[in-house]
Design a protein around this ligand. Structure first.
Ligand SMILES: Cc1cc2nc3c(=O)[nH]c(=O)nc-3n(C[C@H](O)[C@H](O)[C@H](O)COP(=O)(O)OP(=O)(O)OC[C@H]3O[C@@H](n4cnc5c(N)ncnc54)[C@H](O)[C@@H]3O)c2cc1C
Length: 341
């Protein structure tokens, strides 16, 4: 029997993959239902892992849009273009909906509206006054503010990466003069050439979405989450001086934004994974959204854990190996970044 805390990307996917292979699994998800949120890009590795675990490609395509290129520009024009990976753009809610359909099509038992409020290193769980049934393996896929990580490794706290991020989905498709199906990034530098903000957008015939990252002090809790656009246009426009018309058009068609502090969970000195409670996805190694790989990492964790559990292997060893891969890839990405700047 497997218990999963958190029915986000990793938890829902893992639940479906395990149940499909005959493993009884229960997921406790604090939210009452699949919520709204931001959008994200998944690369070919993530799509391949999803397909390998049995999520239908057709269903994934219905939940997403082709993304042909990542293109970065500043005042001087295009500075970087990446067409290497086959990416797709998902509204997070649509991805979770597709994964939830995948999992609920199996024997997986997903309990929405059931936050885990207490957990012990031995895997005993409570939700409020209720003791939850204990299982042999507890996978903590409870996101960046993981209760499990706070309990098992209180010193390993999420750290602010220096930028706030604001995501918007327009209420009607906007068709600017930029190329469609491309994720455009416009970078603004300060007088010393350091990036201080980025405005990104994507559009096609069906949707248009935008985001901005602003270098500044972190927001306090009440400022975080979904909220009306309110007073945000001013700092957003100040951070995108080279493209005011594009930004104004996008903002004029946006009612609600999703605001967060970009954060990373340090992995280098993490306690080795240890049964029965194993951290997975953002709970274990969240990375700033600017890296654009957190969801892929979470999906690949789910794939590694599914493989270990269904083959009678050790989920702790599987996550230890995942951490090695992730640290190697981050070191490589940092090296590439250093040589490119
Ligand atoms: C603005 C933004 C943009 C991003 N863009 C990208 C991108 O382009 N590409 C990419 O690969 N990644 C991106 N990411 C990162 C990606 O969204 C995360 O890495 C991914 O969602 C992690 O999946 P997860 O399953 O580990 O956690 P989550 O998807 O966060 O799921 C955690 C779940 O646990 C639940 N939960 C939390 N605590 C409890 C509890 N105590 N009891 C029960 N349930 C609980 C939560 O409600 C949630 O449903 C982005 C992130 C943000 C914030």
């Amino acid at each position: 029997m497997v218990t999963i805390i958190g029915g986000g990307i990793a938890g829902t996917l893992l639940a479906g993959a395990l149940a499909r292979n005959g493993h009884p699994v229960t997921v406790y998800e604090s939210q009452p239902a699949v919520g709204a949120g931001h959008f994200l890009a998944l690369d070919d590795r993530a799509q391949a892992a999803l397909a390998q675990l049995g999520v239908g490609i057709d269903r994934l395509h219905r939940a997403s849009y082709p993304l042909t290129e990542l293109r970065a520009a500043d005042r001087s024009g295009t500075i970087r273009s990446d067409t290497r990976a086959e990416r797709r753009l998902y509204l997070r809610a649509e991805l979770i909906r597709a994964l939830t359909e995948f999992a609920t099509g199996t024997t997986a038992d997903i309990r929405f509206g059931t936050p885990v409020t207490e957990l012990s290193a031995e895997g005993e769980l409570r939700s409020g006054a209720n003791q939850l049934p204990a299982d042999d393996v507890v996978i903590a896929a409870d996101g960046i503010d993981s209760l499990a990580r706070r309990t098992l490794e209180p010193e390993r706290r999420a750290e602010y990466s220096g930028q706030i991020i604001i995501y918007g989905i327009t209420t009607r498709p906007i068709q600017p003069s930029t190329d469609p199906s491309v994720l455009h990034f416009h970078r603004q530098l300060d007088d010393d050439g350091r990036p201080v903000s980025t405005f990104g957008h994507f559009w096609n015939d069906e949707i248009s979405v935008w985001f901005t990252r602003l270098t500044r002090e972190p927001l306090a809790l009440p400022g975080i989450g979904s909220q009306p656009l309110g007073g945000w246009p001013e700092p957003i426009l100040a951070g995108a001086k080279a493209i005011p018309e594009l930004v104004e058009t996008m903002l004029a068609a946006t009612d609600t934004v999703h605001v967060s502090n970009a954060r990373t969970v340090p992995l280098a000195d993490a306690r080795p994974p240890q049964a029965p409670v194993i951290l997975c996805g953002d709970a274990d190694h969240a990375i700033t959204p600017a890296a654009g790989v957190g969801a892929r990492d979470a999906i690949e964790d789910a794939a590694a854990l599914a493989e270990a559990i269904t083959s009678g292997g050790s989920p702790a060893a599987a996550m230890a190996e995942r951490r090695r891969q992730i640290l190697d890839e981050r070191a490589e990405a940092a090296q590439m970044f250093r040589s490119a700047t």
